[in-house]
Each structure stands twice: as C-alpha cells, then as structure tokens.
Ligand binder design. Structure first.
Ligand code: GLN
Ligand code: ZN
Length: 734
C-alpha cells in the first residue's frame, strides 16, 4: 500500500497570522481566550488544507506557539528552579525571560536557520507528565473530524539536545515512562500511529549512545505504533536502527544518499517505511520522473507492508504558498514549489506510481547562466585568494594609516530601525514617494547616526544600515541571479520570520551595492567609517539556492561580486571594510567527515571576496554565536585583520576557546549583549575585557557590542554605548 504523509507544515500561517496573535498577547492587546481561538482556527486551516491536498498521514503536534522543544519540556515538567515563582505566563517567560530571570538558551536546530529553545533538565528534576500540547491538538482536531498522526520529538533527540545535569543514560531511564504514558494517552484518544522524531540519529553518534537508543525503544510502550521519523541526512547505525522494535521507520532519501544504498541492501518487511522524497529544505519543484524512478526501485527491493511518501523534512523550512507571489516573473515561479505546492507533488508522485502515468512535464533547472561568470571562476588562480602581504606586515601599514588608540571602540553595523523608517521604505516600494525622497530620508538618518557616534566618541564609525531591511535580502535584491519573494516567510525563532531570497541563476554584480551610503557617511566625518557587506557564505546559507551547480561555485560567484564591490569602496576612500559572516558556522555539515571540505571552500570564498584590496585596507569580519571551538582554525584561515564576535551570552567561554590557539589577529569580543534590553554596566563590560586581556595582548583587543543594534531602541543604546566608550578609556588609562 502506498500513501502520502507529511512531517510538519509551516506554523506561521499564510500571512504570519501566528505572529500577529502571539505578539498581540505580548503587547497586552489580546487575551489568552483570543489567542486560543485564533490559534485553533490556524490549526484547523492548515490541517484542512493538507486533507484537501489528499495527504493520508496528516501530522498534529508539529504546531507550536513558540517552539516544540519548549512544549515538550513543559509537558515533562522540566522547569528550571529560577522560574519556580513565576505563575503567570510561564510559557513565554521561559522562552523570553521575565524581569530579572534570563530565558532558556536558544540554539540553531541542526543545520537550519531555525532556533529551538534548549530545555534545561536540572539535577533531580521532578520529571512527570503534565498537560501535553500534542494530545490537546489531537483531541481538538479529532473533534473536528480529523484522525491525525501525533508528531513528537523523540526521547533520544530530546535529551541529546537538552542541557542536562545528569548522564543521558540515567535520564533515559527516567524519561521513557513519561513517553510511554503520553503514548498511552494518545492511543486511548484514538491515535493509530504516532511519529517520534529522532533527527539526532543523523549526527555522529557513539556506540554508547546507540545502545541507549536501543534500550529506550525496547522499553517504550506501544512501540509497534511508533513511526521513528528521521530527517536532515543519512542515519548513523542504519542496521541497528531498522531493527528497533518500532512499527515504522522514516528516512530522508533527498539528503540521505547513503540511506538509499542501505535500503537497497535490506529493510525489514514487517515495518512501515516512510520515504522523504520531496525536498523540505529547498523551494525547487521536484523532478517527478526521477523521483518516481527512485521510489519504484526502493519499493521493489524492500517491498514494505506500507510505504508513506513524504517530504524529506518538515515543510516549516519553506514558505507557505506560491500563490501570494504576485509580482514574481512567471519564468521563475514555474520552477518553484513552496509548502502547499509540495503537498501537490506528493499526490502526483503517488498517482504516478500507483497508476503508472506521469502527468507533469519533465522540468529541469532553467536558471540564467552567464559565460563570463563561469569563465571568471575557471580562471581563478591561487593568488586571487591571497592578500598581497602577510597579516603582520599589513598590520603595521594599517596602524600607520588608521592611527587608532588602544582598545578601539566600534559598533557592528546597524542602528535602530523604527516604525517611521519601515513606513517610509514601504511607501518607496509602493511608489508613493520618489527615489530621491527616499534617498534623502536615508541620508538624514545616516547623518544623524554619524553625529551620535561623534558625540559618543567612538573610534570607528558605521553608517547604520538604514537602507537595508535585512542583511541578506538587501543584497538579494541588488544582485543579478537572485530574486526576493513578497511573502516567502520562514520561521527563524519564536515569532520571528525571515524571507530568504532565491538564487536562481549565475550571480553578477551589475551596479554598486553599497557605495552611495558608505561614501556619503564617510564624507561627514574624519573618523573612519566601515564599509559594510554581508559575506558570500552567509548570503548562500540564508538563501534558497539552485542545485544544478555546487554550493562552492555559488559561493565563489557571490564572492566575486563582493570582491568588486570591496575594490570600489577602497577606490572611493573607504579604509575599513567589514564582511559579516554570521551564518558561516551554520553551513557546517552535521557529520564530522564532511566538515573539512565545507570549511575549505567557505574560507576560500571569504578570501576571494576580501583579498583584492591593498595591504593598508583593514578587513573586518563579524560572527555572532558561541560555539566557536571547533572552527577556530578556519576563522584564522579567513585571514581577516579584525574579527568581532559574541562573548556576553556565552559568559566568556568563547574567549577560552582562543586560549590555546595562538591567535594573533585583533578581536572584538562583544561586551554588550544586544539581545537583551538591559543596559550593561561598565563593570560587567570591563570584566569581559579583562578576561580577554588574560589571554590576548592589549594591542589585539577591540571594544564593541556583540551584534548590530537594529532591534534595540535609542534609550537603551545611548547609555550602553556611553558605558562602552568609558570602559575603553578606563582600560587605556590602566
Ligand atoms: N552588520 C549586521 C548588523 O549590524 C550584522 C548582523 C548579524 O550579525 N546578524 O545588523
Ligand atoms: Zn551578529
């Protein structure tokens, strides 16, 4: 029997309805009854839609008001002690913090740009099954006439991704009875199958860990009703996993080529097989014929009792529907499939297999290819990746020109973007004001922040990034070969969504991207203003990219565009250029064996972009996350002159990572946590700087916030930056 299924659907709604509801509650404009009513409507709408698309196995429990890991943590009573007195709004307090209680940490979900909430399981935590969001949704949908497949993050993944104070093996014993009771309740409520998602099984796991997995699944009740769902890549320990006493196994055959090889060798006949055959991580239409061929081969070989055709991952990583893309050229649109359209593809594939006929024409990638770009890459030489002088010699020259004090102060790029700015930008986009009116508005904003930075006494200035709604989208709109969407929102964390551009052809820079604003800013001050660009690797990782050429080729194309831009900035008198790479680490493959290759081309792409400048020009980069330890060598290999990174939230651990690395370049450890509305005291910033001073020379240290100030307001920023400048002068005096 061949059926269609789904792993997860976007939670935000076709027009970010979830954001409106939840943020309405945060602002006190909606009460919880309204929230329940409106989210139920959304839940119903997305479930109905999947039924209309003839999906047989429709999930529930893939929905959340903030995050599913958080939902699960709460249902197991994993509430850290510091929240024990919080009675009201506990859920959102855990996610966002309250008064003086810091929130749970937020970390990237595998290699995606979605951030999950990290549960904290404290020692001797009283774990018990409380109210479960999945059960609630299941019952609600049942009442509405649906028989859904409850989808829950599985016990191994839950523990592996949590912050735990007891060994995993110990917690495994404690958590399994809770899962058993939850499954029991779902069965009682009428669930036939239950999907337990174990994406952690695609990581490099140890022998010990797979033993624990086995133990857990041998003990869990109702295991025959479980579909063990995996995604993102090949599973490690295939032979062990397919033998687990569960009823079905889900495998990604889009990003899991080894999974296919393994399936062709053996799959147990008595198990249900879920095949991830449609790419849940990208927006291209599926090649139906190719997919049908692969599925047929697998089915012939494995002959499973039941086969479910599903997306390779949850569809939460792609936008809702193409229907809203009113102004996208039809040549591009016809190549794409968002979540809704991907559901159609599943039915088309099922039909093709069951009835033996393919209704869709063969489509291949038809993006624009440019000979000149291709040739430029073919003709690259080693020297194109290298700066003219080694770092130490460059440093002397740069010092002579820039003449910066010890502990130079700077910010990371953006300054607050307020309602008026967003409104003005929208008016410009809707042709309600002229280009000149818009530009003059932006110039006023730039002049304003230059004045503010003068007043504060910072050493290296920025222009504020007011012309950019988003650091990737802005470049996507200006480079040939990329297109942005109108409504292609994808969840990044909580209620925050981003709109990744689509790379559909060879990338070419046909006009300058940033010169006008930077050069204008520089004309207003004697202090150096940093040119501000988003790096090639970050643009690539935060876009939907074409699949007909390798990722490294796309990265090089982007790098060449940036290289020309950087050169032009330099020719126009800009002495410092910052190339942001906050998504550099995110592209790191999940399995260690594939990492070296990625790091090698990713660092080369950075160098290709930044190495054409004179030795005197200072190249900065910025990254903002705390897990740095395993990529320090790659960071050094970027050959940037200065790097600024996050250091407050990781409580200085990051500084520690540099301890044994002999790092000689200049670093700005972010001393001001911009993700919090708090105003940091001089004392706490000084502490971080002093910790850095224990490991690095004073000549190496910059003083700066840990990211851009876009989301903060002036009331917070001014006193914080005043403190920051004061910290630098205190350090200079001592
Ligand atoms: N220059 C960008 C800004 O200041 C960097 C943002 C980021 O690292 N995510 O907003
Ligand atoms: Zn940042």
């Amino acid at each position: 029997m061949i059926l269609t299924g789904n792993i997860g659907f976007p939670t935000i709604g076709p027009h970010r309805e979830l954001k409106t509801v939840v943020e309405g509650v945060w602002r006190g404009e909606k009460n919880s009854d309204e929230m329940i009513k409106e989210t139920e409507e959304l839940l119903l709408m997305r479930t109905t839609l999947q039924r209309e698309k003839a999906i047989d196995f429709i999930p529930c429990g893939d929905f959340s008001l903030y995050d599913r890991m958080l939902d699960l943590a709460i249902s197991f009573n994993c509430i850290p002690k510091r929240f024990k007195d919080i009675k009201e709004n506990l859920y959102f307090s855990l996610a966002r913090g309250t008064k003086n209680i810091p929130p749970l940490k937020m970390v990237k979900w595998f290699n995606t740009n979605y951030h999950y909430i990290v549960p904290e399981i404290e020692k001797n935590q009283n774990l018990e099954l409380k109210e479960s969001a999945v059960l609630k949704d299941f019952l609600f949908l049942k009442k509405e006439g649906f028989s859904c497949i409850p989808a829950i993050i599985g016990p191994f993944t839950f523990l592996k991704l949590s912050n735990i104070e007891e060994p995993l093996t110990v917690l495994a014993e404690k958590i399994i009875p809770l899962y058993s009771s939850l499954l029991e309740k779902l069965k009682e409520a009428g669930a036939e199958w239950i999907s337990l998602e174990e994406p952690a099984l695609v990581l490099d796991i140890t022998e010990q860990e797979i033993k624990t997995v086995k133990k857990m699944y041998e003990k869990i009740k109702h295991s025959k009703s479980i579909i063990l769902q995996t995604y993102f890549e090949d599973i490690s320990f295939y032979n062990e996993i397919i033998k687990l006493p569960v009823g079905g196994i889900g495998l990604d055959v889009i990003n899991g080529k080894e999974n296919i090889n393994n399936l062709m060798k053996y799959f147990p006949k008595d198990k249900l097989l879920s095949l991830g055959v449609i790419n849940g991580r990208n927006v291209w239409k599926a090649n139906i014929k190719k997919t049908v061929d692969i599925v047929k081969k697998i089915i012939e070989k494995t002959n499973p009792s039941m086969c479910i055709l599903q997306p390779s991952t949850s569809l939460m990583f792609v936008p809702w529907s193409l229907e809203e893309e009113k102004s996208m050229p039809s040549e591009t649109k016809q190549l794409l499939a968002f979540a809704v359209e991907k559901l159609d593809e599943l039915s088309i594939i099922k039909k093709a297999i069951v009835e033996g006929k393919i209704e869709q024409d063969e489509i291949g990638f038809a993006g624009i290819k440019k000979e000149n770009i291709k040739n430029r890459i073919i003709n690259l030489k080693e020297s194109n990746f290298q700066r003219s002088l080694p770092y130490k010699e460059r440093r002397k020259k740069q010092q002579r020109i820039l003449n910066l004090p010890l502990f130079p102060t700077t910010t990371i790029g953006s300054f607050p973007q307020d309602k008026i700015l967003r409104k003005t930008r929208k008016m410009y986009k809707d042709n309600l004001i002229t280009e000149e009116e818009y530009k003059s508005f932006i110039r006023k904003k730039i002049a304003h922040v230059i004045g503010i930075q003068e007043g504060l006494g910072l050493d290296v200035f920025v222009h504020g990034e007011f012309e950019r709604s988003d650091m990737v989208e802005y470049f996507g709109e200006r480079l040939e070969g990329m297109i942005s969407t109108e409504n292609g929102w994808v969840l990044s964390y909580g209620t925050r969504c981003i709109r990744p551009p689509v790379i559909f052809g060879d990338i070419e820079r046909t006009k300058s991207l940033t010169k006008e604003e930077i050069v204008f800013a520089q004309s207003l001050t004697e202090k150096p203003v940093k040119g501000m660009l988003t790096g090639a690797v970050t643009i690539l990782n935060w876009s939907f990219s074409r699949e007909d050429i390798t990722r490294y080729e796309i990265a090089y194309q982007l790098a060449l565009a940036l290289r020309d831009e950087i050169k032009e900035l330099e020719e126009n008198g800009i002495k410092i250029i910052q190339v942001d790479e906050p998504a550099f680490r995110e592209g790191l493959p999940l399995k260690k064996e594939r990492r070296e290759e990625y790091l090698s081309w990713a660092t080369k792409a950075f160098r290709l972009a930044t190495s054409a400048v004179k030795a005197e020009t200072q190249i900065h980069t910025h990254m903002c996350y705390s897990e740095f330890g395993d990529i320090i060598e790659a960071i050094d290999a970027l050959d940037a002159d200065v790097i600024s990174i996050e250091a407050t939230r990781s409580k200085g651990e990051i500084i520690h990572a540099f301890e044994n690395s002999n790092y000689e370049r200049e670093i700005g450890f972010g001393v001001y946590d911009i993700h919090s509305p708090r105003i940091p005291s001089q004392d706490e910033m000084l502490k971080i700087a002093n910790r850095a001073l224990r490991i690095l020379k004073k000549e190496q240290i910059w003083i700066n916030p840990d990211c851009g100030l876009k989301t903060r307001n002036w009331k917070e920023i001014i006193p914080s930056l005043r403190n920051l400048v004061q910290v630098a002068s205190t350090l200079r005096e001592s």
